[in-house]
Design a protein around this ligand. Sequence first.
Ligand code: ADP
Ligand code: MG
Length: 241
Amino acid sequence: MPLPPLQPNRHKGKLIIVEGIDGSGKSTQLSLLAQYLRAQGKPVAFSAWNSSPLVKETTRRGKKKEMFTPTTFSLIHATDFADRMERYILPMLKAGAIVCADRYAFTAFARDVVRGVSRQWVRNLYRFAVKPNLAFYFRVPLEVAIGRILGGRDAIKYYEAGMDVGLSRNIVESFRLFQGRILEEYDAMAEEMGFHIIDATGSIEKQQQQMRAIVDRELSSSPPAPSPRRRSAPSAEGQAQ
Ligand SMILES: Nc1ncnc2c1ncn2[C@@H]1O[C@H](COP(=O)(O)OP(=O)(O)O)[C@@H](O)[C@H]1O
Ligand SMILES: [Mg+2]
């Protein structure tokens, strides 16, 4: 059976998303891109994975008490995503903004499948999602990403390490195995999803240059329509980062 597609973006705005494993440099690159676009006076809106206030408290409690199963973990993230889609991303696209999303449905396609959820089921769950105009995949070897993360951060958290999957009782080892499997899932879907693959081992500047060139091309081929009135332009501070 063919996998269900995402919805084409029929709105004035543009949707640009970044994907990749933890430590691949997504957030660094997306914030530099947002700066670049804002400096040109373009209306930029930002949306981060797992940031909807609607389910924040439940997610926090569920994680703290380690209560999620793969299905409930997937569903709560889908609810978070649906809330951001309907209340923020879609209105911003309709208003003509360039919406920059740090992680998108593909995160669920990779992670939830590694957790044991059916590939078909999770794609079906997210089929209401708007297809991005540009999807960047920051591809990086596992060891490079892990080196960046372990170098600059506090303890790895239970779900982040995929401890619920039972790959290892050692949290660092579990994190390594879990992220390695997610990496495989990303690689496997890259072509099908039309990802622009960025070699994320390159310097921050080099990657940003590549990203800007691709974005410039996309925006010049069909620029987002300017907002009808200046004061209706979406603000940059719409959503938690
Ligand atoms: N190209 C790069 N080379 C070296 N370190 C990088 C590079 N890009 C990002 N970093 C660093 O790696 C860490 C993770 O980057 P981040 O952008 O937060 O990744 P992600 O959002 O994918 O988890 C940060 O400390 C960041 O400064
Ligand atoms: Mg990040």
